[in-house]
Design a protein around this ligand. Structure first.
Ligand code: COA
Length: 927
């Protein structure tokens, strides 16, 4: 396949899925939320009230109406039954006990490709970005329904509306209206094709609004603890105590109907009785009181709810129903909710000092943010970080993630200047696609380290019963983390080890490491582990060695590892670090110290500090230094040098592992992110029709050989010439067109294992052989009593050269399409030399996939075998990714084998299977 002949452009994928566009939560610019959904006929009264509430000016601007709206206009605005002709979205909020429409936006077809757009926002909600959010969603829904353009008439002086159009980032044309439209009006035309700008703007809006909506959790002006019990052993009491003992910098209001004082603080009988505004309410009331307390909080203007109470979705169906009601209520009020079933959250910023949890520890202030899906793990984390003196910026136990999710918090930390490293303890993903998108972006700025619980079968079962988390495919998680630059670690210990390096040291910009040690053995262990982790321990340059030899004893080894020998004193350490760190051939350093003379220990620690400071002064600013401190107490700590923390580890292997992962991350980060290519020759209309037709006729199942050829051909994939023949004569005719020798194979969607039943005849050199081959295959099928399953035979050319590869797609219940690539035959089946990625694939992902398998050397050419057309393989991967992303009916797909021919000659799909099923709402559309 030739890249040049097919027109390719980057695909800009809007962050919202189509389903999210028509229902869900909007986060407004002020951080409050509102609900969006399609308008229904039952909305007529509310719609009329909404239009009447608009100021006369708004009514004239939006609907070109002077007074009361006519009934038919209201009725048509509440009819979304035929989205190809019209559709209306309404935004609602619970105000004064009634659910009110606060904004609406509609499109109305002008012709098959252009729709007129109108929208209006309640005067009290202007300036909160609602118009932009509505337009973004209307645009997505309009595209889905076949429109390519939106058109609007607006008053030239209606700056707000014109700004909404400009802000969208869509290609825009404004013209002063003439003709039938009276003066002072503008016609606006928006092209709906997502652009780099429209997608980037939409992402920024989401991020900024999400961060604003979470600020009241982390920086509340005042906090109420509802359910602050009189019992000092209770959770409620301990939360009040944690707030006060850790010196929260705002007022704390305990709420308890039965007590006037809790923990020596005046208590209030209800939230409503609190005399001052409260931003954050922490709920530790019994489960059945939660919904009523939420009402009280809303009435008091609380924006953030932290619900500790358990007994919701994690326990049973009744709990899930209650949780659904809770979320609905919280969203209707425009508030946000962390939990339920969580341990709380912390912000160590000295200006805030918020311990909104029942954790008895308060870690030091630092640069690491942490999310835990398990309260108990969270507690362990807080203890460890305090013990290790590892500073945290913020900590959140997310519990059931009923509203605030990992995705929201990632966006908060992306914006948070106090956070430089993000740690995640995850058991499940709410919406992995959104997670992938956000994490990929955040990782470029701040490293994310994640432990994913539920890795083993036993672990998964435990995860399932623990937080109602779903079991997930580990290949999918690995792929997702890899593609998003997330550093995956196996244990919490390793997570902390990494966090201390990433939070305290620069990210390595290369893989060359210098090891300094005062003992040979640990140096060797460290070097081995470095190499195993992909680091290089190369010899130091002549110049560096000469400098070292100037002050080190003659017995010292100047190779790498540099062995300073047991007699090394503080001065040797200091000067060796000062020499090696700035060396051009060094990207990072590991310094190993084994106390030979305990009385020297402090002096050595100081020498390391001074050596690093000296190295930095000599220009080695961006090179990380890790210390292996094999000291008596075995305790891991950090050495402070100015602003910098040098992490110390108890074993040389640990330091090496940490540096290896940090270097892999550093490499990921500096490479360009890659683009998802869009191939303009892919005929999705034809493909969709073929898949839908098959699914309608036969239900869920495999496509016939002919249908497969249709789909692959329409997707621009390299299908070899030939075709399906129903009779021996037809087979001979096709063989004649293809050119001898040919392969003749049983064509059947029902009989899967063709070779096993003798359904494949290769290297047929002439018409006689083809006729005979046809007969033999038919006989074999007849013997199996399966003649009715035979569609004919597939006649193909024979391929004698090239490397056999396989590409497959399966549906992960959570991640959506998961792609696999490997060499064909035993490589995949026995050696499991296969690599996975989640879609959509970028060009970078495709390049990595091909190179990641061990068999890549075969594709590069090996012992007389010519190399393979790797570019063509990459294109197959990218086209397949587009195919399964676009055509949700495809549930499984196998191209096996694909013959990769020599460079420039492309590849050929020799065998393929495609399974289609009914489209269900999958992870692509979950919230
Ligand atoms: N408003 C204010 N206070 C209320 C109230 C309301 N509507 N209803 C009850 N209260 C008060 C009670 O009077 C009581 O105070 P008191 O002891 O001084 O009388 C206090 O709230 C607690 O109520 P109580 O009935 O004693 O509940 P509890 O302490 O046994 O349990 C929870 C409350 C939240 C701790 C419990 O329901 C729970 O969910 N526990 C598990 C929490 C958990 O594990 N979370 C996940 C961690 S990872």
């Amino acid at each position: 396949m030739d890249m040049a002949v097919s027109s390719v452009r980057p695909l800009y994928i809007p962050p919202l899925s189509e389903d999210q566009a028509q229902s869900g939560t909007l986060i407004l610019r002020d951080g409050t939320t509102a609900t969006i959904r399609l308008a229904q006929p039952t909305d007529q009264t509310a719609m009329k009230a909404f239009v009447e509430r608009l100021s006369p000016e708004s009514r004239r601007h939006r609907f070109l109406l002077a007074d009361t709206p006519p009934e038919d206009l209201i009725a048509s605005l509440c009819d979304s039954s035929d989205p190809r002709s019209r559709l209306t979205l309404v935004v609602t909020r619970l105000l004064g006990g009634t659910l009110r429409i606060i904004a609406t936006g509609a499109y109305l077809a002008r012709d098959v490709t252009t729709a007129e757009v109108v929208m209006a926002v309640d005067d009290a909600f202007h300036g909160k970005g609602l118009g932009t959010l509505l337009l973004e969603r209307l645009a997505l829904l309009a595209i889905r329904n076949g429109f390519v353009r939106l058109w609007a008439v607006t008053h030239a002086d209606n700056q707000a509306m014109r700004e909404v159009f400009r802000e969208s980032g869509f290609e825009l044309r404004e013209t002063r209206a003439g003709g039938e439209i009276q003066g002072g009006e503008m016609e606006v035309e928006l092209s709906l094709l997502p652009t780099e700008t429209s997608v980037a703007r939409s992402e920024v809006r989401d991020r900024v609004a999400t961060a604003a909506s979470l600020r009241p959790f982390f920086c509340p002006r005042a906090v109420a603890v509802v359910g602050a019990s009189r019992d000092p052993a209770s959770i409620g009491y301990r939360i009040v105590e944690a707030l006060v003992m850790n010196r929260y910098q705002g007022p704390v209001y305990p709420v308890n109907p039965k007590a006037a004082v809790i923990a020596s603080i005046r208590a209030y009988p209800s939230v409503k009785a609190i005399p001052e505004p409260v931003d954050l309410a922490i709920l530790s009331v019994p489960r059945d009181a939660v919904l009523d307390v939420v009402d009280e909080c809303a009435a008091q203007g609380v924006q953030a709810l932290l619900i500790i109470t358990a007994g919701f979705a994690e326990v049973n169906a009744e709990g899930r129903t209650l949780q659904d009601q809770l979320v609905e209520k919280v969203r209707a009020y425009g508030m946000r909710l962390v939990g339920p079933n969580c341990m709380g959250l912390l912000n160590t910023d000295p200006k805030v000092r918020l311990n909104a949890s029942f954790a008895p520890v308060f870690p030091p202030y630092g640069r690491v943010a942490m999310l835990s899906q398990s309260g108990a793990v969270g507690l362990a984390i807080l203890r460890s970080s305090t013990y290790l003196n590892m500073g945290l910026s913020t900590f959140v136990s997310v519990g059931n993630k009923a509203d605030v999710s990992s995705n929201d918090l990632l966006q908060y930390w992306e914006e948070d200047p106090a956070t430089e490293v993000i740690l995640l303890y995850l058991e499940s993903f709410g919406n992995p696609r959104r997670f992938a998108r956000i994490a990929r972006r955040v990782s470029r700025r701040k490293p994310i380290v994640a432990v994913k619980g539920g890795r083993t079968q036993a672990g998964r079962r435990a995860a399932g019963s623990h937080t109602a988390a779903l079991a997930e495919n580990d290949a999918g998680v690995d792929a997702l983390f890899h593609q998003t630059g997330i550093i995956r670690v196996g244990t919490l210990d390793e997570m902390f080890a990494l966090a201390r390096a990433l939070g305290g040291q620069p990210i390595p910009s290369g893989r060359r490491v210098a090891i300094l040690t005062n003992a040979g053995g640990p140096g060797i262990l460290c070097a081995d582990e470095c190499e195993a982790g992909g680091l290089t321990v190369t010899e130091l340059s002549e110049g560096t060695r000469r400098l070292l030899s100037g002050f080190l004893p003659a017995a010292a080894s100047l190779k790498n590892p540099v062995d300073l020998i047991a007699s090394a004193g503080p001065e040797h350490y200091r000067r060796a670090i000062e020499t090696v760190l700035p060396a051009e051939e060094v990207d990072a350093a590991i310094i190993i110290y084994i106390p030979v003379d305990i009385s020297n220990t402090e002096a050595i620690a100081q020498a390391i500090r001074d050596g690093v400071a000296g190295g930095r002064a000599a220009g080695a600013k961006a090179k990380p230094v890790l210390v292996c401190w094999m000291a008596e107490d075995g305790r891991e700590r950090s050495l402070q040098v100015g602003d910098e923390q040098i992490p110390t580890y108890a074993s040389p292997e640990r330091a090496a592992q940490v540096l290896g992962k940090a270097a892999t991350y550093g490499e990921w980060r500096i490479q360009p992110p890659g683009v998802v290519p869009d191939y303009l020759d892919m005929d999705f209309v034809r493909i969709r029709a073929a898949c839908k037709e098959a699914a309608r006729e036969r239900g869920e199942g495999w496509l016939s050989v002919e249908e497969v050829r249709t789909v692959l051909t329409a997707a621009g994939l390299p299908v070899p010439p030939g075709g399906v023949a129903r009779t021996p004569e037809e087979a001979v005719e096709v063989a004649g067109q293809v050119g001898f020798p040919v392969a003749v194979k049983l064509a059947s969607r029902r009989i899967v294992h063709k070779t096993e039943i003798g359904g494949v005849r290769l290297n047929l050199a002439d018409a006689r052989a083809v006729t005979q081959g046809f007969a033999e295959i038919r006989d074999r099928v007849a013997r199996e009593n399966q003649l009715d399953a035979m569609e004919g035979v597939l006649v193909q050319p024979m391929f004698s050269e090239g490397v056999e590869v396989m590409v497959g797609v399966t549906q992960d219940p959570l991640f959506g399409p998961l792609m696999a690539f490997g060499l064909g035959g035993i490589h995949v089946e026995i050696l499991r030399d296969v690599c996975f990625r989640v879609t959509p694939l970028t060009d970078r992902d495709a390049g990595e996939m091909v190179r990641e398998i061990k068999g890549y050397r075969l594709l590069e050419g090996y012992r007389g075998h010519p190399p393979a057309d790797v570019t063509a393989i990459e294109e197959v991967l990218l086209r397949l990714s587009r195919l399964v992303e676009e055509i949700h009916e495809i549930t499984e797909l196998d191209l096996n084998p694909v013959f990769a021919l020599p460079p420039g000659q492309g590849c050929r799909i020799v065998d393929a299977r495609i399974r289609v099923g009914a489209v269900t709402a999958d992870s692509r559309n979950s919230k």
